[in-house]
Every structure is written in C-alpha cells, then in structure tokens.
Design a protein around this ligand. Structure first.
Ligand code: ZN
Ligand code: ZN
Length: 169
C-alpha cells in the first residue's frame, strides 16, 4: 500500500473519483486492474502551448500530486479508451529499454515508505542503497531483495512513471 499520508490520501480519493470508481469501496487491486490512465489538469493548464499531455497510472498520479502540487487533492481527468491506448503504447516503448526480467530488485530501506520506488536493476539498486542510505557494501536480502513477483507485475510498475503523450487530433 503506497498511500500512507493524509495528503496522498486526499489525492488518491480525487484520482479514484476521476476514474469513476468509489473510493469508499474500491481496493488497490481493483484500481490496478482497472488500468485507467489519468491526466493532471493542473499541469495541462500551466502549459497551454504544449501539445503534450502528462498522463499517469493512478499510483503514479498520487505520487505526482504529492511531489508537484502538494497541498490540494488535484484536478484529474480520466483518459478516454483511445487516449489510454496511446498512453499504453508509449509506456510499452519505454518498457522496452530494459528487459523486464532484470528490473526485479527492491530497496529494503525504502520498502513500504512513502519514498518507495519501483523495481530496479541490480546495478541501480546497489547504487541507490550506497548513495541514498549510506551503505558502503550493499548486501542482498539485507539492503535489497529480489522480488520474484516483479516480472509479472512489470506492466504495473511503469505506472510509477509519468508518460508524456501527444494525442492525435
Ligand atoms: Zn501535475
Ligand atoms: Zn532505498
């Protein structure tokens, strides 16, 4: 569960409502399975000249709201089915950069904290532990773990990142 603070919680409620789900009853799993994509309208209004839309899965939307717009629950729009397809295609291209079976490492120091990040390669998780947590020699199962569920969940892991897309007119 990534929603741990109250501000993030408000953001999650707004995002879940934008996805036409009921925040009182919907579960995290159901939101993941829904696979909706949302656009941050606050960012859209700031960049009127920019044809690009900044879109998110719901988890990364919560994160974005906290990091960029902090105080209010935000203003979100669920993408239409055809827009969401454009967004997913774009995510697919990004995914292609690193084979999913290598991005399976999680930092144990960050696990279940608001700072929780998505899966990393071994190289990335080691350098993350060294720099972020001041551990000189990171050890498996002590500082980081291999998450055997990760390859399967890899599609969901990209929901942690914003995707920038341009929709056809
Ligand atoms: Zn925004
Ligand atoms: Zn960490």
């Amino acid at each position: 569960m990534i929603i741990v603070d109250e501000k993030a919680c408000e953001a999650a409620v707004a995002i879940i409502r934008a996805c036409e789900m009921d925040p009182r009853f919907v579960t995290v799993d159901e939101m993941d399975q829904l696979g909706a994509r949302v656009e941050c309208l606050a960012c859209w209004e700031l960049e009127l000249e920019d044809p690009n839309h900044v879109v998110f899965g719901w988890r990364s939307a919560v994160k974005h709201q906290r990091e960029r717009h902090s105080s209010d629950p935000g203003n979100w729009r669920m993408l239409t089915a055809s827009e969401a397809k454009v967004a997913r295609d774009e995510e697919g291209k990004i995914q292609g950069v690193i084979p999913s079976d290598q991005k399976v490492w999680l930092c144990l120091h960050c696990l279940d904290l608001p700072a929780e990040e998505s899966w990393k390669t071994l190289e990335d998780v080691e350098s993350h532990v060294q720099h972020r947590h001041d551990v000189e020699i990171p050890r498996a199962n002590q500082d980081y773990v291999k998450d055997f569920a990760a390859p399967e969940l890899y599609a969901a892991s990209t929901l942690f990142e914003a995707t920038v897309v341009e929709f056809p007119e």
